[in-house]
Design a protein around this ligand. Structure first.
Ligand code: NAD
Length: 517
């Protein structure tokens, strides 16, 4: 029997262990494409969340004691399980989130690759090592290691319901933590599936990865449930609430928030490749991508060719829920209102609009939005300043790449971004000066597929990193140890030190550091 068939059982089973104490009813998850029921899930309340975290705490001690090898074996079993059931999970993602099956496959593939990297690199990144003790402690040995927090609370969004939370979950588990995950209320079945897959693949550590379901209150309860750290991915307004709630208990937070990512197309860019990347970066997943391209700044030398190429490509796109569709419906029906508001505001401010050829009258429902390109939107317009999170792309003509960079960097957010130029030096220079956590040169979003590269933003896009060595360290605290190897005749950190010791130390400092001017 597939895990999807078991989902109700799975839901009941998790409810059985948590529900008997306190839940406030249930909620339904439905397909954004058809409205069909996907599953019914408990609304876990504060008491249920606390109990789940307590169970995870017990499990985390056994998990940490397994060491890197023991955990590595189990993480590999989980990865194998996910890879063998890839199509089953992709079907569920298609049903519950709405994205085309092929996009779901790509998303899960990336998540599995990150899981493999995290498991393989945990020991090297986090394991005990000796570091130089330095001049003042030359008679000591110094050790550094990175220890897990215990339990990590993970709160996730719905747009990449596997890849995004797994970025926190995989790296947390590999670092030796247990995880309690609160998936979005729009994608609880996918979250429940991921935890059920863990139980099936790693039966001797079932409580190491658990799921609680519900709305914002359940997420808020997780913030205050005694987790060692809270990893939140979602919108900036909710991120602020999460940080405020975590401040009550001084619980550290990782915030992966929204973006308004820009692409710079320079004079010497491959315009066809840039247009292809911009259209895919903006429209794939219906534009519901935190690191999607929402703004393009094209230099006057390439602007006309770029717009013509984008127009040609956009005309071929068609939203739908079939296998040939370019992208699916808006997962959250309310988001269609935000997208329409931004397009209307841009149009009212004089922007020209280019839409795809597909006839909106033939779209399956109002949840499907036409691909929309906005030309020359004023910089102070809401369509430029706020995350649209829909299949839209603004293209603005600029004098040169410097002006493009200046406008790119005025955004309060700074998650990802892209630069198109044939010059390696120019590309790297622009990428370094782009105010964002990640930038791809001559492609879009590639940084998200490189497990060794940290993922995260600056400004209103949040702080902290998942992925890579920084992503492993994010879910640990550094532990520093010194061990005296030999006692010195003069101990400076003793009331028994001779009166002359400080003068001698000052002389040594003068010799070692005083010559530097
Ligand atoms: P959201 O902020 O509405 O919700 C995210 C999660 O927070 C959900 O699970 C929700 O139930 C929970 N939540 C709501 N109120 C809460 C509270 N008071 N306390 C604790 N948890 C609470 O975001 P969304 O609509 O699910 O996701 C879309 C947003 O996520 C976009 O802005 C997108 O850019 C961003 N995002 C960022 C990244 C990244 O890695 N930076 C990745 C994916 C999505």
């Amino acid at each position: 029997m597939s895990l999807v068939d078991q989902l109700d059982t799975v839901t009941d089973a998790s409810a059985g262990t948590v529900d008997r104490h306190a839940t406030t009813g249930t909620f339904e998850s439905t397909s954004p494409a058809s409205g069909a029921l996907v599953g019914i899930f408990p609304v876990h309340d504060a008491e249920a969340v606390r109990e789940t975290v307590e169970r995870a705490r017990g499990a985390s001690e056994r998990w940490a004691a397994l060491g890197f090898d023991g955990r590595g074996k189990r993480l590999a079993a989980y990865r194998g399980y996910l890879a063998r059931r890839l199509n089953e999970l992709a079907d569920l993602v298609h049903r519950e989130n709405g994205k085309p099956h092929a996009d779901a496959i790509l998303e899960i593939t990336l998540a599995i690759d990150h899981l493999a990297w995290a498991g393989a690199h945990a020991r090297k990144t986090l394991g005990p090592r000796r570091v130089r003790a330095g001049m003042l402690a030359a008679n000591h040995a110094a050790y550094l290691e990175y220890q897990p927090f215990g339990v990590i609370g993970v709160i996730g969004p719905w747009n990449y319901p596997v890849y995004t939370p797994m970025g926190s979950i995989s790296y947390s588990l590999a670092a030796g933590n247990a995880v309690v995950f609160k998936p979005s209320e729009h994608t609880p079945a996918i979250g429940a599936w991921l935890a059920a897959a863990w139980r099936a693949a790693v039966p001797d550590a079932v409580d190491v990865f658990q799921v609680v379901t519900g709305f914002g209150d359940t997420g808020a309860a997780l913030c205050g449930a005694g987790v060692g750290k809270l990893a939140f991915t979602g919108s900036a307004p909710t991120g602020r609430k999460v940080m405020a709630a975590c401040a009550e208990t001084l619980t550290p937070v990782l915030l992966e928030l929204g973006g308004k990512d820009a692409m710079i197309v320079d004079d010497d860019a491959d315009v066809v490749a840039a247009a292809d990347a911009a259209v895919w970066g903006a429209m794939s997943n219906g534009g519901q991508t935190c690191i999607g391209i929402e703004r393009v700044y094209a230099t006057s030398a390439v602007y006309d060719r770029f717009v013509a190429e984008v127009t040609a490509q956009v005309q071929k796109l068609r939203p739908g829920s079939d296998d040939e569709a370019s992208y699916g419906p808006m997962t959250m029906a309310s988001q269609t209102g935000v997208v329409r508001r931004h397009v209307d505001a841009a149009t009212a401010a004089g922007a020209r609009v280019i839409r795809g050829d597909a006839d909106p009258g033939l779209f399956p429902s109002e949840n499907y939005l036409a691909p929309t390109v906005l030309l020359d939107v004023p910089e102070d317009n809401v369509a430029i300043r706020e995350e649209t999170f829909g299949p839209t792309l603004s293209i603005t003509k600029v004098r040169d790449a410097e002006e493009a960079l200046e406008l790119t960097n005025t955004s309060a957010t700074g998650l990802g971004g892209a630069v198109f130029t044939r010059s390696k030096a120019r590309g790297l220079d622009l990428a370094r000066r782009m105010r964002s956590g990640m930038t791809s040169i001559n492609s879009v979003i590639t940084f998200a597929s490189v497990p060794a590269l940290p993922f995260g933003g600056v400004g209103d896009s949040g702080f902290g990193r998942i992925h890579g060595e920084d992503g492993l360290k994010e879910f640990t605290r550094a532990k520093s140890i010194t061990r005296q190897r030999v006692a010195l005749p003069v101990n400076l950190m003793s009331f028994g030190r001779p009166a002359t010791a400080a003068d001698a130390l000052a002389r040594v400092m003068g010799m070692v550091h005083g010559r530097h001017r």
